[in-house]
Design a protein around this ligand. Structure first.
Ligand code: 5GP
Ligand code: MN
Length: 344
């Protein structure tokens, strides 16, 4: 059995799931491999226990995750208020608004709430004193999917090949293929266990990373063309506009991993990818290499995430956000660098 830390909280989560007969599992808007893998793997385990489970996610899954078992059964609309006694399980998401527009009505009509996440979001249980609530939130753990593996162990559930595929995808994507700074020995241990249980590492990586459309490559070429280096070489910024999407014949999902290119530039500490999601609406992805906390910056704009990977959604246009972020990153990176130098 794996110990991801805070086993008491995990036991409480397991107890709640055991007694729940009807569940709605949900995750954050613009879902990724971790949120979808966690949701679909946990559903398979709960269904094997004879429970009635609905997976709800506001947004469509990215096409490269179409191989995940049960992905076609995710619903994008659900009747609210929920049937009485339904337990709502939030995965990879600990803020009501990160569920999307349905968040408030789902949360307020749930008979019980379970939160499993590795982001520091809201303290849902404290805020919802009128709904029975248990939460397992551990920002030290690399993927929500890893918490789910430990949870299944606590509940005594089998990890079938399909479940292993879901959770392996969660861990693979949230550790950036075991390359990000969150990659711990436990990540390899759990991944090895999932491969033993039937996840196919070659097939999964191939499906996620090695099947690129021509439209995506065209979009990447356009984005690289507008990359600028800022903050005396410590930052780099790129953008995707609706016009670029149209010209490339691509979708925003195609740009999901583009933010790694500006960060990969030698000498760059922080990168930002500004995406126009609708006219006047912007989503910003940020990454850092070592010492700059992009989650702090994202939080100051109402977003969140992790030290090295964070984002926020806002209003405005691309050029305004390009200059605003260039200015802020220049200032904050210089300040932090000065601090680092003072502290030796
Ligand atoms: P990405 O840049 O890949 O969309 O997200 C990087 C990280 O930041 C992920 O952990 C994601 O959950 C988090 N993140 C991205 N956008 C937002 C946002 O608008 N709000 C919050 N709270 N977190 C975000
Ligand atoms: Mn995650």
């Amino acid at each position: 059995m794996f110990d991801p830390g805070n086993m008491d909280a995990l036991e409480r989560v397991a107890d709640t799931l055991r007694v729940s007969e009807r569940l709605v599992l949900t995750c954050h808007v613009h879902p990724d491999g971790d949120s979808l893998g966690s949701m679909l793997g946990l559903r398979l385990a709960l269904e094997a226990m004879g429970k009635k489970v609905i997976c709800y996610c506001q947004d469509q899954p990215p096409s490269n995750l179409g191989f995940l078992p049960g992905i076609d059964r995710i619903v994008h609309d659900v009747d609210v208020p929920l049937d009485s006694g339904t337990t709502l399980v939030m995965l990879d998401c600990s803020e009501t608004r990160r569920i999307g527009g349905m968040g408030p009505s789902l949360v307020s009509s749930a008979g019980g709430l379970v939160v499993i996440d590795h982001h520091l979001g809201q303290d849902m249980c404290r805020e919802l004193s009128d709904v029975p609530c248990v939460q397992y939130i551990n920002p030290e753990i690399f993927a929500t999917g890893a918490v789910c593996v430990a949870l299944l162990d606590v509940m005594g559930c089998d990890i079938t090949p399909d479940i292993a595929t879901c959770f392996y995808t969660a861990i693979l994507t949230d550790t950036g293929s075991f390359r990000h700074s969150n990659t711990t020995p436990l990540a390899f241990h759990i991944a090895a266990r999932l491969v033993e249980s039937g996840a196919d590492p070659y097939e999964i990586s191939d499906r996620i990373f090695e099947r690129v459309t021509y439209a995506k490559l065209r979009l990447l070429a356009m984005a690289l063309d507008n990359l600028t280096i800022e903050a005396g070489g410590m930052a780099a910024i790129m953008h995707i506009s609706l016009d670029m999407l149209e010209r490339a014949g691509a979708s925003l999902f195609d740009a999901d991993d583009f933010v790694r290119y500006p960060r990969a530039l030698d000498g760059v500490e922080a990168s930002a990818l500004i995406k126009e999601t609708e006219p006047g609406k912007i989503s910003v992805s940020m990454r850092s290499r070592s010492w700059f906390n992009v989650a702090g910056l994202a939080k100051s704009f109402g977003g969140g995430g992790h030290f090295h990977a964070a984002g926020f959604r806002t209003r405005g246009d691309v050029s305004m956000w390009r200059s605003r972020l260039a200015e802020i990153l220049s200032r904050e990176l210089a300040q932090k660098q000065e601090q680092n130098e003072r502290n030796g």
